[in-house]
Design a protein around this ligand. Structure first.
Ligand code: ZN
Length: 319
């Protein structure tokens, strides 16, 4: 799967990705009906995304199988964005992670008290674990990417497990975080529920995903092969509700970055299907732009310049 031809097929614009996929019901509401919201991704490759008409959750259609996603991460994703096994993550990656970790730690400051037990699901190279430990917390990471996990253990001396169920069954945490991970999963709603189960009674759960309703970017810039689910504020809150969580008003929030705690009442009854309203709104907001028209418009220039400026800043930022 990682032959040069395979990598090439992941990179050529206007072609589809080399995968078959499978039909999948909505992970949030179980609905099968959906509206197409995009046919193209940020590399201008063909990639179909749909919004569930029952709840508005966006998913890739057809959904890559578990094996196809695994193959993608093992080859193309790592070649394109990650670092080779056993080496240090690139500096621009570390600088970005460090900035994000500092922001997350500041947001969660009231909960990151000395002695607090902290779990970061998808802990990557461990920058948030380091930031929480600097505040006196007892930190645990879960990270399936072996090179990242190895780096976090070596660099930060952190406890990092390769999967959630490697934790002792009764171990719970005062703070659980999941930052830009759920959108990569085939079963984000179940995963959120399993994370909520790990909360101590007064614990808080921070969840952040890309906001598919964000403005200021051309719609297709929001789609990425590795992001098999797409959320907006409403669907993230709905997923949290399914997990028995409710937004904690004591914390700052912005759209799809939120801090939740257990609902006071036992899990509320599902508020019923949202209906096709949200899916229709998303289809309109994300209306596919014809690649030719997009290229001719020059609208790609701004994002490209911004992205490069960011990469340059991350590369040269001092440690
Ligand atoms: Zn749904």
């Amino acid at each position: 799967m990682s032959s040069p031809l395979h990598l090439f097929r992941h990179a050529v614009p206007f072609t589809g990705y080399p995968y078959r996929g499978e039909g999948m019901a909505c992970n949030l509401c179980g609905g099968a009906e959906a509206l197409t919201v995009a046919e193209t991704d940020r590399r201008l490759k063909r990639l179909r995304s749909v919004a569930c008409t029952g709840c508005g959750l966006i998913r890739t259609d057809p959904m890559p199988t578990a094996a196809e996603l695994e193959a993608y991460y093992a080859s193309a994703y790592r070649a394109a964005y990650q670092f080779a096994l056993g080496r240090r993550p690139p500096r621009h990656h570390l600088n970005r992670s460090r900035r994000e970790a500092a922001f997350r730690a500041e947001l969660l400051a009231p909960a990151l008290r000395p002695g607090a037990r902290v779990l970061d699901f998808g802990s990557g190279s461990g920058e948030f674990l380091a930031a929480a430990r600097a505040r006196g917390c007892a930190v645990t990471g879960v990270e399936p990417g072996r090179s990242y996990a190895t780096y976090a253990r070596a660099e930060h001396g952190a406890r990092v497990l390769d999967r959630l169920d490697a934790l002792p069954a009764d171990e719970v945490f005062d703070v659980v975080t999941v930052h830009h991970v759920l959108e990569h999963l085939r079963d984000p709603v179940d995963t959120l529920a399993r994370l909520a189960d790990r909360l101590a009674p007064e614990g808080v759960l921070y969840a952040a995903v890309p906001n598919m309703a964000a403005t200021g970017k051309p719609p297709h810039e929001r789609f990425h092969f590795a992001h098999v689910h797409g959320f907006v504020r409403d669907t993230l809150d709905r997923a949290a509700r399914r997990a028995g969580l409710t937004p904690d008003p004591g914390y700052w929030r912005e759209d799809t970055t939120a801090v939740y705690r257990r609902s006071a009442a036992p899990v509320q009854a599902e508020p019923g299907p949202a209906g096709p309203g949200l899916a229709r709104e998303l289809a309109a907001a994300l209306a596919p732009v014809r690649p030719g028209a997009y290229l001719a418009s020059g609208a790609w220039l701004g994002p490209m310049v911004r992205r490069n400026a960011k990469a340059i800043r991350d590369t040269f930022a001092s440690r």
